[in-house]
Design a protein around this ligand. Structure first.
Ligand SMILES: N[C@@H](CCC(=O)N[C@@H](CS)C(=O)NCC(=O)O)C(=O)O
Length: 188
């Protein structure tokens, strides 16, 4: 049984029981999509270790710091039914949402420091011709989606003013990254 999001149902591919493929777990979903639709792989051949290590790095320095800011804002964008589920389960799993981020200014400072670490890691690619906007220059891959995911989550729960501030951190790096992927990241 599927119990987490993201999940996909692919009606064009049938499993051995004749039913459409249904999958959860982000990494399994990506591997499936790359295998089934190989035109634009998001995990280029031979880069699984790199992609996974990058995901863990961004998780440690940014996602773990920004989640206590984002999560308590989650209910504000949910329907009544989803809101009840979200608050109940997050309180149970993570502790009270309203006590998750006692000092927001301090939390944002840590997030900014985390983004700076990601920017510094990208700069190792070189800074010319947008080389520091992608983990693999010239090729959007899963590792880029990890950062984009954090920014898109922000678009749903924080103010435009704060988003603009983030876009401008590290010389406007995050705004450039969002803009270069705007066709992929439109929230519908
Ligand atoms: N390892 C899973 C984790 C996914 C996950 O934790 N998703 C959360 C939402 S962001 C979820 O569905 N939680 C279960 C719930 O809310 O009932 C993946 O990478 O897809």
């Amino acid at each position: 049984m599927i119990s987490t999001l993201p999940m996909i149902r692919d009606p064009t591919q049938l499993a051995s029981d004749g039913k459409p493929i249904v999958l959860a777990e982000s990494y399994a979903i990506i591997k499936y999509l790359d295998r089934t639709y190989p035109d634009k792989p998001v995990i280029p051949e031979g880069t699984d270790a790199l992609q996974t290590a990058w995901m863990k790095f961004v998780w440690t320095v940014v996602v773990s710091k920004i989640s206590p800011i984002y999560l308590p804002r989650g209910p504000s964008i949910l329907s009544e039914r989803a809101k009840e589920y979200f608050i109940r389960t997050r309180n149970e799993w993570l502790g009270p949402l309203d006590k998750m981020c006692p000092d927001e200014d301090k939390a944002w400072a840590e997030v900014e420091e985390g983004f700076s670490q990601v920017a510094a890691a990208l700069d190792v690619n070189g800074v010319e011709e947008g080389r520091n906007l992608q983990v693999i220059p010239g090729q959007t891959s899963y590792a880029d989606f990890v950062v984009l995911g954090v920014l898109l989550w922000g678009q749903t729960v924080i103010s435009q003013e704060k988003l603009d501030e983030i876009r401008n951190w590290n010389g406007g790096r995050w705004g450039k990254i969002l803009d270069m992927h705007k066709d992929l990241t439109r929230i519908v």
